[in-house]
Design a protein around this ligand. Structure first.
Ligand SMILES: Cc1cc2nc3c(=O)[nH]c(=O)nc-3n(C[C@H](O)[C@H](O)[C@H](O)COP(=O)(O)OP(=O)(O)OC[C@H]3O[C@@H](n4cnc5c(N)ncnc54)[C@H](O)[C@@H]3O)c2cc1C
Ligand code: SF4
Length: 445
């Protein structure tokens, strides 16, 4: 998938990657060796590859032969949302590809994108209504990829599904987390529309535990799935943390996406500011890219640990994750506009400080480097992106689970596993749907 020029794309919030080229995808499909032991598929018993068990060698071959519709049907047997994964998945399948041992791995994610693009163009993707409706009703709390995955699967099985979402629009972190540059929200809306037309009901602006009490879910539904995510942020409890201009990454990213929806200026704006992002993970990268688009005067990214190596080491053996330094779209953009990678490794934040003229506002950060020396980094806006500690719905789980009966209550997605990936959340949602079905299919209700 070709990326748009870094300097050009900084002028907008459109997707970084252009649609995959079908001819290139066919050639790439032809590189797949159809290995006896396909490490890209965990199902094969060997691999650590695709968490959703996509039948990769099968659709690679169908694409090579130009049998696009068959490839789409094979892909959708396992993956309900290939348009999400082919945009945001870090592609562990490619890390596990056997060709990757001594040459470029097959670009599986690009082939997946080519298949689903073609399927939407040709009108093959349609709402899927079940042949028969069951009487049983399932409530799903949370409309992220786990909730959407479970809703799709349970609806297909015939259950009456309602998804409750406390936010103003469905999608979870796909809506207010993953920026538009990685996933255009029209792509998300198109899928939610299909899920709705397939028969799933959505109740937005509705927080379970506040607007609807857990007891009434138990009375009105036959099973409840909690897929509330794990968005509670880790904080940096350091001197000066109270100063104005220090924000959590999710507050910053959500404000940016809400501003794009409304056309109003963002509540937290990097325009003209010296921005420091603390934490060098994926969320930190999304903050860098957003700050650059808002017109930050400069962006620095501080990482506590050392830079990962350029090549695989013994600590990360094939076919698992590579553990190498990743230069993401945001780092390329910062390099293009600032002339260097924004990441500073082994830079430990010690404290935040203000100037004498504005004692309530952040002015600089005190940082310690590898050798123990301290230095100041100027900052008008600091974004904390140091991870998530889990979900904030313990009260809800407790209220639902206090009963001694066997009412089915399940957890899925980040709420069950801790912060993870979209592909894991979808897979978790499917697993939970199967578990609910096993419980309900034999019940008398
Ligand atoms: C900034 C950012 C960028 C990311 N980028 C990527 C990426 O590029 N690739 C990737 O694979 N993963 C990425 N991730 C991770 C990925 O988004 C998550 O792993 C995934 O969204 C988890 O899905 P989920 O359905 O479990 O939870 P979420 O997506 O968090 O959805 C949970 C939903 O539940 C709702 N909710 C919570 N409590 C209640 C309640 N009581 N009542 C009603 N609704 C409730 C929330 O409002 C939310 O909408 C990123 C995460 C972040 C934060
Ligand atoms: S979902 Fe992710 S791991 Fe699976 S085939 Fe697609 S890119 Fe690879």
């Amino acid at each position: 998938m070709p990326a748009r020029d870094a300097l050009l794309r900084l002028n907008d919030y459109y997707e970084v990657y252009s649609p995959a080229n079908p001819t290139a995808a066919q050639n790439e499909g032809g590189r797949c060796m159809n290995c006896g032991a396909a490490f890209c598929m965990p199902d094969s018993g060997y691999g650590q590859g695709c968490p959703i068990d996509n039948k990769i060698p099968e659709w690679n071959e169908l694409v090579r032969l130009g049998r696009w519709e068959d490839a789409y049907h094979r892909l959708s047997e396992t993956n309900p949302f290939p348009e999400f994964t082919s945009r945001v998945c870090p592609a562990p399948c490619q890390d596990a590809c056997i060709l990757g041992i001594n040459e470029h791995p097959v670009q599986i994610k690009g082939i997946e994108r080519a298949i689903i693009d073609r399927a939407f163009q040709e009108g093959w993707v349609k709402p899927t209504k079940p042949e028969q409706r069951r009487r049983q009703r399932v409530a799903i709390v949370g409309s992220g990829p786990a909730g959407l995955g479970a809703a799709t699967e349970l609806n297909r099985m015939g259950y009456r599904v309602t998804v409750f979402e406390r936010s103003d629009r469905p999608g979870g972190l796909l809506r207010y987390g993953v920026p538009n540059m990685k996933l255009d929200k029209a792509v998300l809306d198109r899928r939610i529309d299909l899920v709705r037309k397939s028969g799933v009901c959505f109740e937005v602006n509705c927080e379970i535990g506040r607007d609807i009490q857990p007891d009434s879910l138990r009375q009105e539904y036959d099973a409840v799935l909690l897929a509330c995510g794990a968005k509670r942020p880790r904080d940096l409890d350091l001197p000066g943390r109270h100063l104005d201009g220090i924000h959590q990454a999710m507050d910053y990213l959500t404000a940016s996406m809400k501003a794009l929806n409304s056309g109003e200026p963002p509540v937290i704006d990097a325009h003209g500011k010296r921005v420091v992002v603390i934490g060098a993970g994926d969320t930190g990268a999304d903050c860098i890219a957003t700050a650059l688009r808002q017109g930050a005067s400069g962006v620095i990214n501080l990482a506590n640990g050392p830079s990962p190596p350029a090549e695989r080491t013994e600590r990360f053996p094939w076919p698992g994750p590579k553990g190498t330094l990743r230069t993401d779209y945001a780092h390329q953009e910062a390099k293009s506009t600032q002339g260097q990678d924004p990441r500073q490794w082994q830079a430990t934040t010690l404290s935040f400080a203000s100037s004498q003229s504005a004692p309530d506002k952040i002015d600089y950060i005190n940082v310690q480097d590898e050798s123990g020396q301290t230095r100041r980094i100027s900052a008008d806006l600091v974004i904390l992106s140091v991870g998530f500690t889990g979900h904030d719905m313990t009260h809800l789980v407790d209220r639902l689970q206090t009963s001694t009966d066997d009412f089915p209550i399940l957890l899925a997605g980040d709420m069950a596993t801790g912060p993870s990936l979209v592909v894991h959340a979808i897979s978790e949602g499917k697993r939970a749907a199967q578990a609910i079905n096993e419980r309900l299919v034999h019940s008398k209700t």
